[in-house]
Design a protein around this ligand. Structure first.
Ligand code: 3PG
Length: 214
């Protein structure tokens, strides 16, 4: 899968909703109801981070939820890419990007939203053909003001910023021309998950899904 085809697919996924939930799942039993709650609230694209022992099984379980588009986050190595693909992930997200990781996604045919945080990293990915990138860690790396500035010299790259974003500050990003969507974990708080309060998560998803985009 070429970088151009990957970016096309990444853009398609980012356009599904203004927010991509970033999910850290500790209990496999949460996977299905969590996905159903988020999809019901209008957030179909779901990023399951490969940070817990049940993450791959969670991807498998969530992929069965109608309307969901399930991807794997925190991809660090070619082995992560292989495992994510085998679990049924339809896209991948990485905090940064290495040549080995990129080659693995190209070989496996897994559309990647590769992470970048500086002008040089953004340019290096653009040189390879990645025009849709994750900006991480968004708030810590300069926030919406930084992305607005990057949009002047590098308008051809569009971003999904992630890291430190909340419902309150999401509009600062979503109002920019070079932003497709934002990522965030605020729509799936740990306490709501542990209580099984899926209705609360659907309410958070609805608020996020209603955010206007530029
Ligand atoms: C992450 O990979 O942890 C994401 O950036 C989510 O960040 P958040 O928890 O600050 O939304």
């Amino acid at each position: 899968m070429t970088p151009a085809a990957q970016s096309l697919k990444a853009a398609e996924i980012c356009r599904l909703a203004p927010v991509v939930p970033v999910l850290v799942i500790d209990d496999l039993a949460h996977a299905r109801p969590l996905a159903a709650a988020l999809v019901a609230g209008g957030l179909p694209a779901l990023e399951v981070t490969l940070r817990t022992p049940v993450a791959l099984d969670a991807i498998r379980a969530m992929s069965e939820v109608p309307g969901g588009v399930v991807g794997a986050g925190t991809l660090l190595t070619p082995a992560d890419v292989k495992a994510a693909k085998a679990a049924g992930a339809t896209f991948g997200v990485s905090p940064g990007a290495t040549d080995r990781l990129i080659a693995a996604c190209e070989d496996e045919g897994l559309p990647l939203l590769p992470g970048a945080a500086t002008a040089s990293e953004i340019m290096a990915l653009l040189e390879k053909g990645y025009t849709v990138q994750k900006f991480f860690p968004a708030e810590q790396a300069g926030g919406a003001a930084y992305l607005k500035s990057i949009g002047s010299p590098i308008p051809q790259v569009r971003f999904c910023p992630t890291g430190g974003i909340s419902l309150k500050i999401a509009p600062d990003y979503l109002g920019l021309k070079n932003i497709l969507c934002v990522g965030g974990s605020w729509v799936a708080p740990k306490d709501a998950m542990s209580k099984g309060d899926w209705a609360a998560i659907t309410t958070l998803a609805r608020e996020a899904a209603a955010l206007p985009r530029a």
